[in-house]
Design a protein. Structure first.
Length: 393
């Protein structure tokens, strides 16, 4: 009762010990790997890990359990700029803070401070200093340091092994012999959306993007329904990068729409050929808008001259299947009651007899020159455009 269960420090990332024991420093050489600095908040002297020129020295804190030896110690590697909260020979308990790493904070607190992050996600850009994601599940094994990078191996249960190179001085989120799952970050930093798509697939990427975008707006108290962001993410992920063209008309490494990809594969399969294969690709909203099949829609967005020039050279035909191109041309949009299926619907009251309605229709339609019953059905159903006179011909 009256005990704190959780403490959260928004300005630092804490490294906690998992076991109780005695603290021993490894490769902690003052003036080489660590320096004593004054803490601005408390005013006390603290050891701070600095970037060392000597690549062979790896500053670490080892916790030797009671009655154990250095071989039984739990080792925690200290990244650059880590502030040590313990001293050589201290006795600590499980859950105590070994070191704190300052977090990078943004100076702008309003919505404009988070908008660059939203733009970065919507444009599918690779963030700077991205975290490295493990591609397989397995156990962590540390290797040697070479050319300023530390080798980290992930060994799966079936013997498969992957090697990752992490820059020196960067905080490693995992420890020796720790179990990790595919997609777990091995180091601090934002995750690359393209890596998430490659490792975890489309569904996990969509969840990640929606959560990251919502996080920016939640900090400002702005509530946005997920469905709006999900529609945008769906448009960004409707593309396939061709690996094997098969007997289709696609080109290697070409990026095509999923619907066009399935349509072409169905045509080839029905003809007895081999379908194409590819992998999902993430495109930013700008590139996705310019890659749409409708050149009218693409020209209304950006690079109008280039889009129209390419459409003219290639002899493209716009079938007006989307919303934007139909609005531009002044036609009914293919949504809601504007869809072809609903254009022929007529409303009548419950008390009106069917015979009376039929007689009324006949009397009205009989006054149309060249009226044809089949043409009326097509015109009312939205299957063809034009007047009943044109359709009857």
């Amino acid at each position: 009762e009256n005990q704190d269960l959780v403490e959260w420090d928004p300005y630092t990332f804490s490294i906690l010990t998992e076991i109780s024991g005695t603290v021993h420093f490894k490769d902690m050489v003052e003036g080489v790997t660590v320096q004593e600095q004054v803490d601005e908040i408390s005013g006390n002297m603290q050891l701070v890990v600095v970037d060392s020129v000597d690549e062979k020295k790896l500053p670490a804190v080892e916790i030797v359990p009671e009655g154990g030896t250095r071989r039984d110690a739990k080792r925690y590697l200290m990244p650059t700029h880590a502030h040590l909260m313990v001293r050589e020979g201290d006795v600590i308990h499980a859950g105590d803070v070994v070191a704190k790493i300052p977090r990078a904070t943004t100076k702008t607190k309003d919505i404009t401070g988070g908008l660059p992050r939203v733009v970065e996600l919507f444009e599918a850009r690779k963030p700077r200093e991205t975290a490295i994601l493990t591609e397989i599940s397995g156990s962590v094994k540390f290797g040697e340091i070479a050319k300023g990078h530390r080798k980290v191996y992930i060994v799966s249960d079936d013997g498969d092994q992957r090697e990752y190179q992490i820059p020196r001085g960067v905080h490693i989120n995992v420890q020796e012999a720790e179990r990790v799952k595919a997609g777990d970050p091995l180091m601090d930093g934002p995750r690359n959306p393209h890596d998430i798509l490659h490792v975890l697939g489309e569904h996990e990427l969509q969840k990640y993007m929606v959560n990251e975008i919502q996080e920016v707006y939640r900090l400002q108290g702005v509530n946005i329904n997920d469905k709006h962001l999900e529609v945008i993410c769906r448009q960004m992920m409707r593309w396939i990068k061709i690996d094997d063209i098969g007997d289709t008309e696609f080109l290697p490494e070409e990026i095509v729409d999923k619907f066009k990809f399935r349509e072409e594969n169905d045509r080839v399969i029905n003809a007895g050929g081999h379908p194409a294969s590819g992998k999902p690709t993430l495109l930013g909203i700008t590139k996705a808008s310019l890659s749409t099949e409708s050149f009218i829609s693409a020209a209304s967005f950006q690079e109008t001259t280039r889009v129209l020039t390419e459409a003219a050279i290639n002899g493209k035909v716009d079938y007006l299947r989307g919303l934007k191109e139909n609005v531009i041309m002044g036609r009914l949009i293919p949504a809601g009651t504007g869809m072809n299926y609903y254009r022929g619907i007529k409303i009548q009251g419950e008390d009106v007899e069917e015979e009376t309605l039929v007689d009324t229709d006949v009397s009205i339609e009989a006054g149309i020159p060249g009226y044809d019953e089949d043409a009326r059905v097509q015109y009312a159903g939205g299957l063809s455009e034009g007047t009943p006179e044109e359709l009857s011909e």
